[in-house]
Design a protein around this ligand. Structure first.
Ligand code: ZN
Length: 280
């Protein structure tokens, strides 16, 4: 532990300084009172060389002034890491108040997959479902995926779907899931990424059950345009940490030209409303 008080062990002086600046500005309207990061990863898969400990994430959160982060694995339960849900729950218990979680589930596993969604939300206190159609080769609008999306929606829990330039992950493909499961809240993680941002905005305009999440979206102007076109209520800040540091992802949102009120929605209130809506 650092001798200068509570905080990140290896974050360094600059991390503390940034954090203090954030805190000093809170309540002034310049920065959001609370910041929630809607998308980050914790996992440990030695066989694949993947090591993303919670401590690294906490260090990044403290450096950026992020209060709460939604964590998920980078593996798809029950594949590769069969105890993924318990591992994530342990991380939440070890750091009370800092993490919420989405269950990353592989749609190919039928009843087992659906049971995992129920177990995650009802028994382990998860706040949503994460689907990654690239790593699972499961189209977001195929029945196996829809079954999980609908199950999450039965708890009023959102489904975050990796949405970028990859096959099966474009906004227009995910829109088919939003059409087939109109009762579900579908979050477009990365909001179309590098080439599909405009498609993501068009889908969100058409589908009221779609929310845009900003991680790894390279264009601050597009984030500003999204808020103007679909409203500040359906855009949420995410980082995709630890790969994309929250401080950098946050700077992009702050460069989007939003009002203090809009920022408060994007950085805090919208994700909080998603948490509050879940029947757990
Ligand atoms: Zn991610």
């Amino acid at each position: 532990m650092s001798d200068s008080g509570p905080g990140p062990v290896t974050g360094g002086v600059s991390a503390y300084a940034r954090c203090d600046t954030e805190r000093a500005l809170r309540g002034t309207g310049i920065v959001s009172a609370v910041i929630i990061d809607a998308h980050a990863h914790v996992d440990d898969v030695p066989a694949l060389g993947w090591h993303m400990p919670a401590e690294l994430l906490l260090e990044q959160m403290d450096a950026a002034g992020v209060d709460v982060t939604v964590i998920m694995t980078i593996t798809d339960a029950p594949e590769v890491n069969p105890t993924a849900l318990e591992m994530i729950r342990d991380v939440m218990d070890s750091h009370p108040g800092r993490f919420e979680a989405y269950a990353r589930i592989h749609p190919w596993y039928g009843d087992e997959a659906e049971d995992l969604v129920v177990r995650a939300i009802r028994d382990l206190g998860f706040a949503g479902l994460k689907l990654h159609p690239v790593t699972t080769i499961a189209h977001p609008a195929e029945e196996a995926s829809l079954r999980l999306i609908r199950r999450a929606a039965s708890f009023n829990a959102p489904t975050l779907i990796h949405c970028g330039d990859d096959p099966m992950c474009t906004p227009l493909e995910i829109e088919q899931a939003a059409i087939r499961a109109p009762e579900a809240t579908i979050v477009l993680g990365h909001m179309g990424a590098y080439y599909h941002g405009q498609d993501a905005l068009a889908v969100a305009e058409r589908r009221p059950n779609v929310i845009l999440e900003t991680s790894a979206c390279p264009y601050p102007d597009l984030i500003g345009e999204a808020v103007r076109r679909i409203g500040a209520e359906r855009v949420i800040f995410g980082s995709d940490a630890p790969g994309c540091p929250p401080a950098i992802e946050l700077a992009k949102v702050r460069a989007a030209g939003l009002t203090a009120e809009q920022l408060e929605r994007v950085l805090h209130l919208n994700q909080q409303a998603l948490f509050d809506g879940v029947t757990r």
